[in-house]
Design a protein around this ligand. Structure first.
Ligand code: ATP
Length: 403
């Protein structure tokens, strides 16, 4: 088993770190990559603006999730949990003890590689692991790496050293990024989920007014609340909702913002859903009490309104996007249908839904509702009463799925 170990202060993790991690997994053929945020780095002082360790760990977890390799990429808090300075040699010893037969590779950028001989116990480090170094800027080439490689090989015979080139070099450091963030800039150097996490928690001196975010900031906040694998669907729903709003003369901004936020509480636990409903005074019915996961539409609506300051139209559209109800507004229908048939959805009947959505929105809504009712019946699950009411209301008003 080949294990890569990627340590750093990750204060915050940025696109440069992400590119390095992604390339190293492929270039070294790693079975596992362990990302380890340092508690107290031996070689640099953590600046005053450094967030609490829980925040740094949460951001590194988002970095790992953004790689979309959940079987391979793991995060370890072993340095955060260990008192005192975070010496790499101690960390490697611990990992060696956990994985006795594994081949270990320590990943590092140019700055770290060039000073490796001055680290604490370099001989132990090079005994325990190979070193994989990568450039951070276009200028970091062989002329920089070769002399250090020769030096290390002579000083520590048997040291395994390899260098890789990152195809997508991102010339940024966390230091520079912290300066940019404090000025309200720098989002383009961060994975959106980490940028959103920083904005929502006001880290690094960002003072974003969450109730007046622009579209990229709102997307970042939404993505920071879900797993990366859900982002494609959220993007698809946003785009589909905007297209449908254009087609049916609804407000495109409302459609976009509702699409962006519609699933923002999807990963909350049942207890969290119930707590959010209680806090914002949303009554729960019997079914929702026993299956609180059904509640993500209601809790998502609450967060959209109370955290992000969205207007009633957006609140209502998100509120009804899972169950539907009788007599819906155009925007409510649009979000329900967009969520059902956005381009990443694949199920029997989705093409028919796509055609209907641009021809007759009510027919598409009824078809969506009927597919849900049928699916629940097959899975022997109860159908929400609002869904049945939506179905009955549409039929009473002469809507069919024909044509
Ligand atoms: P700071 O500016 O606070 O010193 P940093 O951006 O160098 O932070 P670290 O957390 O210290 O980030 O870096 C962890 C590891 O990632 C180091 O090995 C570093 O060389 C490497 N690294 C940092 N930035 C990049 C980048 N833009 N491209 C490739 N590797 C990077």
């Amino acid at each position: 088993m080949k294990i890569g170990i990627y340590g750093g202060t990750f204060n915050p993790p940025h696109l440069g770190h992400l590119a390095a991690a992604r390339t190293a997994v492929d270039a070294l053929g790693l079975d596992r990559l362990i990302i380890i945020p340092a508690a107290i780095p031996p070689h640099k002082q953590l600046p005053q603006s450094t967030p609490a360790p829980e925040h740094r760990l949460a951001m590194v977890e988002k970095m790992a999730d953004a790689l979309l390799l959940p079987e391979t990429v793991k995060v370890s808090s072993l340095e955060l949990d260990r008192p005192g300075k975070s010496y790499t040699s101690d960390t490697l010893e611990e990992i060696r003890a956990q994985h006795p037969g594994a081949e270990l590779w320590l990943l590092m950028g140019t700055d770290m590689f060039l000073t490796l001989h001055r680290w604490h116990e370099p001989e132990r480090i090079l005994e325990l692991a190979g070193v994989c170094a990568f450039g951070r800027t276009e200028q970091d080439g062989e002329e920089l790496f070769a002399p250090q490689r020769e030096h290390l090989r002579k000083a520590y015979p048997g040291a395994k050293i390899t260098t890789i080139t990152l195809p997508g070099l991102v010339d940024v450091s966390s230091t520079r990024l912290r300066e940019l963030l404090a000025r309200g800039e720098g989002g383009e150097y961060l994975p959106p989920s980490i940028y959103g996490y920083i904005l929502r928690n006001g880290l690094y001196g960002t003072r974003a007014d969450l109730k007046h975010l622009d579209v990229p900031e709102l997307r970042a906040c939404s993505y920071s609340m879900v797993m990366e694998k859900r982002v494609r669907h959220i993007r698809g729903t946003e785009e589909e909702a905007v297209r449908l709003a254009r087609r049916w003369g609804a407000d495109e901004t409302h459609a976009r913002r509702a699409g962006i936020l519609h699933d923002c509480t999807k990963y909350r636990t049942g207890a969290e859903h119930i707590a959010i409903c209680q806090r914002y005074g949303v009554p729960l019915d019997e079914l929702e009490r026993t299956a609180p996961k059904l509640l993500h539409s209601k809790t998502g609506a609450c967060i959209a309104r109370h955290v992000f300051g969205e207007p009633d139209e957006v609140y209502e559209a998100i509120f009804w996007h899972t169950t539907a109800k009788e007599n819906m507004t155009t925007l409510e229908k649009i979000l329900y249908v967009a969520d059902y048939m956005e381009p990443n959805r694949a199920f029997d009947g989705v093409e028919r839904l796509r055609q209907l959505a641009y021809r007759d929105l009510d027919k598409a809504l009824l078809l969506g509702v009927e597919i849900t009712v049928e699916e629940m019946r097959q899975r022997q699950l109860p159908v929400h009463s609002n869904t049945l009411r939506a179905q009955a209301w549409l039929r009473e008003h002469g809507v069919t799925t024909e044509g």
